[in-house]
Design a protein around this ligand. Structure first.
Ligand SMILES: C[S@@+](CC[C@H](N)C(=O)[O-])C[C@H]1O[C@@H](n2cnc3c(N)ncnc32)[C@H](O)[C@@H]1O
Length: 187
């Protein structure tokens, strides 16, 4: 892999992978790792599917961030099987930049870093599951760290309700919304 890439090249890699991220959402994930360079902790994703978002985060970490932290990717990787994910990761030479955790998020706490600089939550979209992800994982996010949700929109009421109920403005500050990708900062 070349050591210098343009944003157009990075976006074309992310865009080529099957998934549901719009161009604005892809851009937001590419810039998530460098936006927490000043913080300690790791970068975690819940819900990886075939790796579109994981690869966006890993490219952002490898090419834009100064810290170049690996991405912890939590997903049972059952449907579709893990190979679909890992083939995409390998195709772009990112094996060194991604640590897969092949578990449901509720069973992955022991494998997940204790300190998190940024977390992208895009796993089970049911209200109870999103609520559990928030309760289990956001206490590990450092002060000033970013908590990012995909599908924060009317089409996914479970995500909308869990986030509105649990991420109160006293504890989480609104940063930006990129289509349905909501970025909050932990206060
Ligand atoms: C919407 S897809 C993720 C899309 C991915 N972020 C992307 O951009 O391509 C949801 C993923 O969450 C995973 N998933 C479902 N329940 C989960 C859970 N409890 N913990 C972690 N991942 C889960 C599914 O296996 C699926 O791959």
């Amino acid at each position: 892999m070349k050591s210098i890439k343009s944003i157009k090249e990075l976006l074309s890699i992310v865009d080529s992978i099957e998934g549901w991220l719009t161009a604005y959402e892809q851009l937001a994930l590419l810039h998530l790792p460098p936006s927490v360079d000043h913080l300690s902790g790791d970068i975690v994703e819940i819900g990886s599917f075939k790796g579109k978002s994981t690869i966006a985060l890993a490219l952002g970490s490898s090419f834009i961030s100064s810290k170049k932290r690996p991405i912890y990717a939590i997903d049972p990787f059952v449907v579709p099987p893990f190979q679909y994910f890992w083939d995409n990761v390998k195709q772009h030479g990112l094996e060194h930049a991604i640590i897969p955790i092949k578990k449901h998020s509720e069973h992955a706490l022991d494998d997940c870093p204790k300190s998190i600089a940024a977390i992208f939550i895009d796993g089970d979209h049911e209200y109870a599951a999103v609520k559990k992800d928030i309760i289990h994982y956001t206490p590990r996010v450092v002060q000033g760290g970013l908590v990012v949700f995909h599908d924060y929109c009317d089409y996914w009421p479970g995500v909308l309700h869990a986030v509105n109920e649990l991420c109160k403005p006293e504890h989480f500050e609104y940063v930006m919304i990129y289509d349905s990708l909501l970025v909050l900062r932990k206060l």
